[in-house]
Design a protein around this ligand. Sequence first.
Ligand SMILES: Nc1nc2c(ncn2[C@@H]2O[C@H](COP(=O)(O)OP(=O)(O)O)[C@@H](O)[C@H]2O)c(=O)[nH]1
Ligand SMILES: [Mg+2]
Length: 460
Amino acid sequence: MPPDTISAVCTAAGEGAVGIVRISGPVSAQIAGKIFKAQNGLSLAAAGSHKMLYGHIYDQDKIIDEVFCVYMRAPRSYTTEDVVEIHCHGGRMALGKVLALTRAHGARLAWPGEFTQRAFLNGRIDLTQAEAVMSIIRAGSEAALRQAVYQQEGLLSFEIKTMRAKLKEMLTRVEAALDYPEEDLEQPSAAEWIALLTEVGCQADRLLNTAPAGRVIKDGLRAVIAGKPNVGKSSLLNSLAGYDAAIVTEMAGTTRDSIEQELFFADMPLILVDTAGVRETADKIEKIGIEKSLAKMRRADLLLFVLDGSEPLDADDRFLLTNFPGKPCLILINKSDLPARTARAEVKALTGCAEQDMINISVKDKSGWPVFQARLRQKAGGAGALLAEGVCVQEQRHAELLAKAAASLRDALAAARAGLPPDCLLIDCENAFYELGRITGETVSDEILREIFSRFCLGK
Ligand SMILES: Nc1nc2c(ncn2[C@@H]2O[C@H](COP(=O)(O)OP(=O)(O)O)[C@@H](O)[C@H]2O)c(=O)[nH]1
Ligand SMILES: [Mg+2]
């Protein structure tokens, strides 16, 4: 079935100086020709590809809007199909009317992501590049934009494709030797297998190692503020957020639910989570809140432990400080405006924390604030800085598939080392080849494609 012609408004909803209606498909120029008249009298086809024409959109003989119109002839367009874009005034009525006219003349309303999906299906871009389009649109920091552009430029695809090409070459050799025994083709040796699987396996692992940082760059660093009640957690959140997002009182147990606040810190989206104070309690609601707090802490990229520095450590503090070994953390010894009674030495002994990760602060009078900010910046930015030069895996989907491929490669390598015959390695090797292909979209189901593109904006 030949593709139909689709149209959509591809600029954001709401009022704007300019709004664009995009049409793509075999009859897009015909549809535009029925509603657009150029001031210079030229038709879109006669004006030529990629030429901006000034004119008007008509509903029969009634002028609807004053516009620019551009025809991008296949295959030099976003979708690789014939595309027409009508640059109208960016109002709801003008755009709605122009869109309705395109539909009245035969276009179908595009679903979200359908233009990009066509670019993918027509082979202009692969799946990682298609996904990068949304990452570019949603990028909230320079680092996120840079990574999205890397991916869109095909840096991730290149890595995946080289791995696949190496596997493919080996698979072809093995199959040829099996399929044509009369030709006397030589099977790859065990040493060749081991060399290949080590090389590709390392490449997969290296890429996979970039995934945690990639996720932080794309989705933000989840910093969870943890501590027993009344140490100043909510005050800290409010102070970093710059407004009173959480209720602060002198009563212990004020925060029952966790509060999330997204902000930018050191060019990095930071998701700051305030939690209910963790302590032994009989209160049913408080208990539920505490369970939630612990769950949030487990999911955190960074823990900000808050202690009340004007009190000695107690059992609740000790419980928290020792409950998350190995998690990146900063320990904020708060209320330093009051006489100090928390023993740093004990905190250090309990947590094994580096000296510079235990910071005396006062949310109240902001003492220790610059030191805290600098350290938080280092912790938050560390992930991003690490990868400033190279592409990293940002999508959860990519990370999961890469992990599967890496596992298959490890299995194959173990088999090769154990001296098993090549057909035993073959299945694992084919699996890895297949999983990698799902990343770039060479071997991906329609269902996954629908799922991916449905997350796109309308008109993209
Ligand atoms: N003196 C002093 N009091 C503070 C400081 N930070 C918070 N507080 C007070 O400690 C109490 C508990 O604060 P809150 O943020 O609600 O603590 P949370 O229960 O840990 O969220 C409030 O009365 C705050 O005003 C500080 O740095 N110095
Ligand atoms: Mg609180």
